[in-house]
Unconditional design. Structure first.
Length: 194
């Protein structure tokens, strides 16, 4: 029974969490004066993705671009913290803990991620410094994940430990796959320049 419960909570959590991430982009763009804001749903081979589109009638400033880009991660992080501290479901708390690195993966400097859109607009020297800072923040997000693992280890039943551990490895495997895909995409973009 625990396996079904964990899978259902994981599916709903990731769906809602991803939508809240895009809602953070959309709301920040709206409050910063965007004339049109839309969140669209796209279906890939095995998942549903949300994308936020917005348009301004004037050139967007660097500071507004940074706020809009980081708003998604900040709002998604706050949602996850609420899920961690809620008292009703230990499964939701543990899933939220081990999911943290996946949330902060978005701040890395890879094409298509939020960190890319921020750092592309900074001058080269500043971008290098901020790239290091964002990578450190991503690294620190693993503290949440390890805390989640410690909590998993304290679960009384072996089936609970195995279920949460398998789910954790699945989530972290997704991060590894995204990481490798983004590196390959970056290399392809570099080679296309020549």
């Amino acid at each position: 029974m625990i396996i079904i419960e964990v899978m259902i909570i994981y599916i709903f959590f990731t769906f809602i969490s991803t939508y809240i991430h895009e809602l953070g982009h959309a709301l920040s763009a709206y409050f910063l004066g965007a004339e049109q804001v839309a969140i669209t749903k796209q279906r890939n081979s095995y998942q549903i993705e949300f994308k936020t589109y917005f348009s301004f009638s004037y050139p967007i400033t660097l500071s507004k671009n940074i706020v809009i880009s980081f708003a998604g991660v900040v709002v998604q992080f706050l949602f996850s913290v609420l899920c961690i501290i809620q008292p009703f479901s230990i499964s939701l708390s543990l899933i939220s803990l081990v999911y943290m690195p996946y949330i902060f993966f978005n701040i890395l400097y890879f094409y298509g991620l939020d960190g890319y859109y921020v750092l592309e607009n900074l001058k080269t020297e500043a971008a290098k410094k901020w790239s290091v800072v964002l990578t450190i923040i991503f690294g620190c997000s693993w503290i949440f994940a390890w805390n989640g693992l410690l909590e998993i280890w304290n679960q009384p039943l072996l089936i609970e430990k195995v279920t949460y551990l398998v789910l954790s490895l699945f989530i972290w495997g997704q991060i590894a796959v995204k990481f490798i895909r983004n590196i390959l995409k970056e290399r392809r973009l570099e080679y296309d320049k020549y």
